[in-house]
Each structure stands twice: as structure tokens, then as C-alpha cells.
Design a protein around this ligand. Structure first.
Ligand code: S3P
Length: 169
């Protein structure tokens, strides 16, 4: 199956957007893009370094530009950063230009997966589970608004998730 349209993955940090996106792209024989990788390549530093030096607002501006540019390319699989849905303009563009899949995971499962994570600036706090619960409460409705399909990741291996996504496309 060749990819004729854009597939966009959204969800909280640790939900598998990158690993699932890469695997779906491989299965569909199309190009995989990751908005955070693109931002890091443009900036020449990590997302965490940029967040800490310039603040979240500057990161969100850069993220909006990169999402706008990447989502104009038809026929790719695009893994987004967890905060991509925070801006209405991003939600609208992604939904119009692609088939958007929300990889839903519980804050508890995400916290287990992200134990020892040092890459994500928003999770470098004393109580990451509390932070993930707050992010979930804020963003779950936004992911749902943006998505065409919701895939619950609980209990599914990577290949099961890829199969379930392929069935929806
Ligand atoms: C963020 C998630 C990160 C990255 C940045 C902000 C967020 O991406 O874009 O640290 O606001 O949830 P991942 O979802 O790939 O961790």
C-alpha cells in the first residue's frame, strides 16, 4: 500500500507517536517525519535546551511553523510533539490536511513508560504523574477534537497498533 495521503499521530508524550509513526511509514512505504526532530535540526539544539533557554512560547511558535510546513507535504506519516494540539490553528490544519490518529494512553501507563526520562522539559518535575494527569485533563479533549480516530494503546504491542491503524486508513 503506498501512502497517498498524510497520516498524523497525536497524543501525550510517551504514547508511542514516534515508534508507531516510523513503523506505519515503513509498512506504507512512505516517508516518516517527526516534528520535534525537524525543530531540533533547524535549531541545532535539543527541544529541552530550547525550552529552557527561550521558554515555551518560543518553542510553540517554532512548532507551529514546522507543523504548517510538514503538513503541506502529502503522502507522509507525521509524528507530532505532545503539545501540537494546544493551538487551535494547528488542530485545524492537521485535521484538514491529514488523517489524524490520537494514540490514547492513561497518565499512569505513560508515567511508567517515561520513568527516568530526561528529554521532556515538561516532565522534569518532582511529581511527573501529577503533571501527566494535568496534561491529560487539559489535552485529551483537544486530541479528540483534532483526531479522526482514537486508538487506545493499552495492552497493544507495536505491531498490533500498526495493524489497527492500517485497518482504519
Ligand atoms: C511536549 C512534548 C514533546 C516536545 C516538547 C513539548 C509537550 O514531544 O514536543 O517537549 O508539550 O507535551 P513528545 O510528545 O514527543 O514527547
Amino acid at each position: 500500500m503506498t501512502c497517498l495521503f498524510t497520516v498524523v499521530l497525536v497524543g501525550l508524550p510517551g504514547s508511542g507517536k514516534s515508534s508507531v509513526g516510523r513503523a506505519v511509514a515503513r509498512r506504507m512505504d512512505c516517508v516518516w517525519k517527526d516534528s520535534d526532530h525537524e525543530i531540533e535540526a533547524q535549531l541545532g539544539c535539543t527541544v529541552r535546551e530550547y525550552f529552557e533557554a527561550e521558554g515555551e512560547g518560543a518553542f510553540r511558535d517554532r512548532e507551529e511553523e514546522v507543523l504548517d510546513s510538514l503538513s503541506r507535504t502529502a503522502g507522509i506519516v507525521l509524528s507530532t510533539g505532545g503539545g501540537a494540539v494546544l493551538r487551535e490553528v494547528n488542530r485545524q490544519r492537521l485535521k484538514e490536511r491529514g488523517t489524524v490518529i490520537y494514540l490514547r494512553s492513561s497518565p499512569e501507563a505513560l508515567c511508567r513508560r517515561l520513568k527516568n526520562d530526561t528529554k521532556r522539559p515538561l516532565l522534569q518535575v518532582a511529581d511527573p504523574l501529577k503533571r501527566l494527569r494535568a496534561l491529560y485533563a487539559e489535552r485529551d479533549p483537544l486530541y479528540r477534537e483534532c483526531a479522526h480516530f482514537v486508538i487506545d494503546t493499552h495492552g497493544s504491542s507495536l505491531s498490533m497498533l500498526v495493524n489497527r491503524i492500517m485497518m482504519q486508513l
